[in-house]
Write a protein that binds this ligand. Structure first.
Ligand code: 6GU
Length: 222
């Protein structure tokens, strides 16, 4: 998969790209990520990318030209263009699964007070990562990319995402490691039994119980 991220703040991605699973996926060639500063596509003598809002109002608005020029240069017939905005479709695991099958994703990160409405005509999908407002789409694009990259073939052990929270609209079951007794808090007996069928049944019961207690809305969706 290839991911191109259009931003005015490329250094926000430095840590994201240079640590842990994402770093390893890049090194192994499972994903190619390009962070592109769309200011480089401004034809303005001062490289300006924003301007005042017609009709008045506080804040600067991203102009369409640099973003159009950039997307038109990098887009192919295989590309899906995604705009990160609090007005987008609420992001969830099933979308991560769908997007992990794409060949080429282009993320557009808005910043400042907003972007010119005509930018919307360029995009295939608008995504929001939750009902709160961020200073820009950068963190959201990292959240979405991270959740997609971990689903790509060979990035993490196959079994690890079969039991992910939200897979089948259920939260994960509790897990334990050594020691068997930590300050009087004991590992549940069934997990030490070696009885695979009993363990499977216990874990499923725990998933149902957790989801009912913490996220009854997920059970209703099931
Ligand atoms: Cl995608 N962008 C911004 N700026 N704020 C958000 C968001 C995105 N999702 C939730 N809040």
């Amino acid at each position: 998969m290839r991911i191109d991220i259009l931003t005015l703040f490329p250094h926000m991605f430095d840590g994201f790209l240079s640590e842990s699973i994402v770093k390893r996926a890049i090194e192994k060639g499972q994903v190619v990520i390009n962070v592109i500063n769309f200011r480089d596509y401004s034809t303005d003598p001062h490289k300006r990318v924003d301007d005042y809002s017609f009709g008045g109002g506080a804040g600067m608005i991203l102009r369409p030209e640099p973003i159009f020029a950039c997307v038109e240069q990098i887009r192919t017939t295989d590309s899906l263009v995604i705009l990160l905005t609090p007005q987008g479709v609420p992001y969830q695991q099933s979308l991560a699964q769908d997007l992990s099958k794409e060949k080429h994703l282009i993320f557009i990160c808005g910043h400042y007070e907003g972007f010119d409405e005509r930018i919307r005509s360029l995009v295939d999908l608008e995504l929001s990562i939750g009902d709160y407002v961020l200073t820009g789409g950068e963190l959201a694009s990292m959240v979405v990319s991270d959740s997609i990259i971990r689903l790509l073939d060979g990035v993490i052990t196959k079994d690890s995402h079969i039991n992910d929270s939200f897979q089948n609209q259920l939260l994960d079951y509790p897990v334990y490691t050594k020691p068997q007794d930590f300050r009087g808090m004991k590992v549940p007996e069934v997990l030490l039994s070696g009885h695979h069928e009993k363990i499977r049944a216990w874990r499923y019961q725990q998933q149902l119980k957790r989801t009912k207690e913490r996220r009854p809305d997920l059970l209703e969706k099931r």
